[in-house]
Each structure stands twice: as C-alpha cells, then as structure tokens.
Design a protein around this ligand. Structure first.
Ligand code: SF4
Length: 170
C-alpha cells in the first residue's frame, strides 16, 4: 500500500447527510462515548471540504436531488457510505411511493452499513473498513461515477421524472 493512500486513509473529513431516523446514532459516534476522532475522522459541515458522504437512512426523491448536488461538489477522491437498510433496499419504506429504494443506482456507494438502525459500533466498524479500503486502493466509487456518468444520469433523470438531469445546472 502506498504511503500516500495510507496517509489519506488516516485523515478523513465526513459530512453526514441526516435524512432518516438512523441519524440519532451519529452524536454518540462522534462524541466521547465512541469517539470516531481517534480513527482520524472528524465531521465537516460542507461537501466541498469533505472526503466522506454518509447518508443516514431513507431518502425522498426530493432529498436525493440535494444529495446528488452535494456529492458532485465534493473533490475527488471521495467516498460514500450508505447507512441503514433503507439505503440498501428501501428498508421498511420499500413500498413507499416517494422514497429511493437503492441508493447506488444514483450515486456510487463504497460501503453499506446494514441494520435498522445500525448501532455506533457498526458505524465505527464501517469507518475502519473504509480506511482499509482506501489504503488498499479499493474504494473507487468516485472513479466509477466518472466512468459511468451517463448511466447515473439516466437513472437520476428517471427517478426525478425529467427528460435530462444535470446536477451542476442551477
Ligand atoms: S434503516 Fe431504519 S433507522 Fe435507518 S432510516 Fe430506515 S427506518 Fe430509519
């Protein structure tokens, strides 16, 4: 593993996009009880300075637009964690008319944390795994997004019910 990638993996800024009920597990993860800072991960308020985008649960279609915009404002390399079953398969909202059922159809997800809701232990475990993936060069969602942008754009346009969608347009 290269020293550069190893160094990147030990200093990560995380923006948590609080969408669902699982967000309530973030304060204990970030504060003294579980103390994610000991792994070199600290919260960041804006996407432009963040390395990790953590989506904390279910997403409405309207919120997904903000998530895509936020993701595209982040600089490469960037990483996405889907937190909770809702990001994997819709969870308990699997038959809702207005929630997204599979997050990685719209933005690339590097790692999922299963559960409803996942405990801070699982979040810390995911951070440790993501660090190792980054150090080994295995967290490549940001490359997949660039290489398959047309495919993501088609899925985004479909769920937003528009002919063409471009997140960078106002
Ligand atoms: S996975 Fe469970 S806790 Fe998380 S947003 Fe969905 S319903 Fe809420």
């Amino acid at each position: 593993m290269g020293l550069f990638r190893w160094s990147q993996s030990r200093s990560l800024w995380m923006m948590h996009f609080c969408t669902g009920c699982g967000a309530v597990e973030m304060p204990p993860t970030m504060t003294s009880r579980y103390d994610m800072e000991r792994f070199g991960i600290i919260p960041m308020a804006t996407p432009r300075q963040a390395d990790i985008l953590l989506i904390t649960g279910y997403l409405t279609v309207k919120t997904l637009k903000r998530v895509v915009r936020s993701y595209e404002q982040m600089a490469d390399p960037k990483y996405v964690i889907g937190f909770g079953s809702c990001t994997i398969n819709g969870g308990m909202y699997w038959d809702s008319y207005n929630t997204v059922k599979q997050l990685d159809l719209y933005i690339p997800v590097d790692l999922y944390i299963a559960g409803c809701m996942p405990r801070p232990d699982s979040i810390i475990d995911a951070f440790v795994k993501l660090r190792e993936m980054i150090a080994k060069g295995e967290a490549n969602g940001w490359k997949r997004y660039r290489e398959n942008l047309e495919w993501y754009r088609t899925n985004q346009a479909k769920v937003f019910n528009v002919e063409k969608w471009s997140a960078i347009e106002p």
